[in-house]
Design a protein around this ligand. Structure first.
Ligand code: PEP
Ligand code: MN
Length: 264
């Protein structure tokens, strides 16, 4: 897996003059909600509209996602706005459905990256795909598991790749929902300098008013992009309410961030 240049072709081809932004709700809730958010984001710096369809919840009894129905809403959002679409897949059945609905970017969530069998199942189901596939860091601070996910996908002939840094669980109580442990992302960046590295400040912080600072730190560390959970009515979101921002706030965050240029 030496050729990380090849893995970033999909990002370079977008020709962006700002960091990549993936934004949208933690969960797809209703068709109206997905379409409203898509329309609110379509003329911003956001390239990919994200929405969780299958939600891996730590404990049962919480909202577990609308399922395949939500893929139709994402497709409709793409038709209406021209935005590219992104969702999480956690097994081979999810992959099959997401590919059938032409979702443009799939990511492996933190709770799946910890399981080599699951990652391998997803890699096998995606074999040779030309979709973009991103691997979130595992919930525990283990760089090998994170890299293992990328290696399994690469070996499955998937070449449009990248990683998402969403922080790590810790026993200690800190101001973060998931502590950043930036040094792990930096180590990964040093090993594979061309592999697209995206920060998810929403899941790192768990709180919307901390998102800006974490996003700025990521850009200062030369991250390639951001995934920020964005909802039309964050306080009433069906999952991760405290960390979601409105489309207007997202636009303001992007405006206020200092973006490093190659020449800096
Ligand atoms: C998500 O992106 O909504 C999600 C469940 O994230 P993570 O896998 O990072 O917990
Ligand atoms: Mn979430």
């Amino acid at each position: 897996m030496e050729n990380s240049k090849e893995m970033r072709g999909w990002l370079d081809n977008l020709g962006l003059d700002h960091p990549l932004v993936i934004a949208g709700p933690c969960s797809a809730e209703t068709e109206e909600q997905v379409l409203k958010i898509a329309h609110d984001l379509k003329d911003t710096d956001v390239t990919y509209l994200r929405a969780g369809i299958w939600k891996p919840r730590t404990r049962p009894g919480n909202f577990e996602g609308v399922g395949a129905l939500g893929l139709k809403w994402l497709q409709k959002a793409k038709e209406e706005t021209g935005m590219l679409t992104a969702t999480e897949v956690a097994n081979a059945a999810h992959v099959k459905l997401a590919l059938e609905h032409d979702i443009d970017l799939l990511w492996i969530g933190a709770r799946s990256t910890v399981s080599p069998f699951i990652v391998q199942e997803i890699a096998d189901a995606l074999k040779g795909t030309d979709k973009v596939v991103l691997v979130k860091n595992p919930v525990n601070p283990d760089l090998s598991l994170w890299l293992g996910g990328i290696e399994r996908l690469y070996s499955s002939d998937i070449k449009k790749l990248g990683v998402i840094h969403r922080g790590f669980s810790t026993y200690e109580k800190t101001k973060y929902r998931n502590i950043p442990e930036w040094q792990l992302a930096i180590e990964l960046q040093n090993k594979f300098p061309d592999l697209p590295l995206i920060c998810d400040p929403s899941h790192i912080t768990g709180k919307r008013d901390m998102i800006f600072d974490v996003a700025q730190t990521a850009l200062d560390l030369n991250f390639d992009g951001l995934m920020i959970e964005t909802h039309n009515d964050p306080d009433n979101a069906w999952s991760d309410a405290a960390q979601q921002v409105t489309p207007d706030t997202l636009v303001q965050i992007m405006k206020d961030l200092k973006i490093r240029k190659e020449s800096d």
